[in-house]
Design a protein. Structure first.
Length: 113
């Protein structure tokens, strides 16, 4: 049973933008904070951003000021707007239900020079 489905990844030039989406089953979306993580080749998975049920947000220092996490509770979807992308942002991006082991399948983001 698929509970989280990411989309929106792709190839973009440095300085460009992408918006990732994560559609969730309502039963796991409502009442839970949501996280975005990423994993670059050869590196550990790292948390990028978090949004609480009330909409408070928190970001990793590496993306602060460039990325914006948001959620649409009516659509059971969490978003990650990524602006001013850098080559070092290249990674597979995952959404996650905070406090659980529920992960999406990941979406690849590649940023070229």
């Amino acid at each position: 049973q698929v509970q989280l489905v990411e989309s929106g990844g792709g190839l973009v030039q440095a300085g460009g933008s992408l918006r990732l989406s994560c559609a969730a089953s309502r039963s796991i979306f409502i009442g839970n904070p949501m996280d975005w993580y990423r994993q670059a080749p050869g590196k550990q998975r790292e948390r990028v951003a978090t949004i609480t049920i009330a909409g408070s947000t928190n970001y990793a220092d590496s993306v602060k000021g460039r990325f914006t996490i948001s959620r649409d509770n009516a659509k059971n979807t969490v978003y990650l707007q990524m602006n001013s992308l850098k080559p070092e942002d290249k990674a597979v991006y995952y959404c996650k239900v905070q406090g659980t082991n529920i992960w999406g399948q990941g979406t690849q983001v590649t940023v070229s020079y």
